[in-house]
Design a protein around this ligand. Structure first.
Ligand SMILES: [Zn+2]
Ligand SMILES: [Zn+2]
Length: 224
């Protein structure tokens, strides 16, 4: 499955299954990545070391004593005795720092992916398949019927889409406890105009006030 992912897709391997988990680049993702980069080594303490390049040449640089990375430009080599007196840079230190950083990066993405999958069911194969299913289409049609053609987010725009208000009831949106409130009819791109996403509680209250649960299934669509 990994080879079908676009190069722009952020994903992390699920260590339990070996399958890629796709990470949605939401606000939390942006924050996590920002924090990750802010935690990059600041190279506070450095020491002059000699580095053997892959072509065998020797370079002299300040090297961070914590992460091993070379800092700043290569220094002029005053004389051989001085150069030979310098400690060698430690490639193992660089490797272990990079490995540690990669592991931290992976762990942060894995935690976020698990949270996204668990809380919102996003991007799972099951969810994608569900949106193409007759069951989903039937629920979508019911929600669009319920709203009387008007967006339940703003109360004015034409309703064109059914959206999830919560994924707590994914696959079972019309459960007996909250029938229908898991979904809402909206104008397209509710996130863009901010109307629906801004106040789901308000929207739920409005729907609850305007509907009697039984009438949704048994009676005609409610008057607005
Ligand atoms: Zn450093
Ligand atoms: Zn429910």
């Amino acid at each position: 499955m990994a080879d079908t992912l676009s190069p722009n897709t952020v994903w992390v391997e699920d260590p339990d299954t070996g399958e890629p988990l796709i990470v949605e680049r939401d606000d939390e993702y942006v924050r996590i990545i920002r924090e990750f980069h802010q935690n990059e080594c600041q190279h506070i303490e450095t020491e002059v070391r000699r580095i053997e390049l892959s072509n065998g040449a020797i370079q002299v640089r300040d090297c961070c004593t914590f992460c091993g990375s070379g800092v700043g430009l290569a220094k002029p080599q005053k004389n051989k005795t001085w150069v030979n007196s310098l400690p060698w840079a430690d490639p193992a230190l660089v490797n272990s720092y990079q490995n540690r950083r990669n592991a931290e990066h992976n762990a942060a993405l894995l935690a976020l992916a698990r949270k996204q999958y668990a809380e919102r069911g996003r991007f799972t194969e099951a969810y994608t398949a569900y949106l193409k299913s007759d069951a989903w289409k039937a629920k979508r049609a019911l929600v669009l019927k319920r709203c009387g053609g008007v967006c339940e987010g703003c109360g004015t725009a034409e309703a064109t889409e059914a959206h999830h208000m919560t994924y707590d009831h994914l696959f079972n949106e019309f459960c007996s406890n909250c029938w229908g409130f898991a979904m809402i009819a909206t104008n397209a791109s509710p996130r863009k105009n901010g109307r629906v996403g801004a106040s789901p509680t308000k929207v739920r209250t409005r729907i609850m006030a305007s509907l009697k649960p039984k009438t949704f299934f048994d009676g005609p669509s409610p008057q607005r």
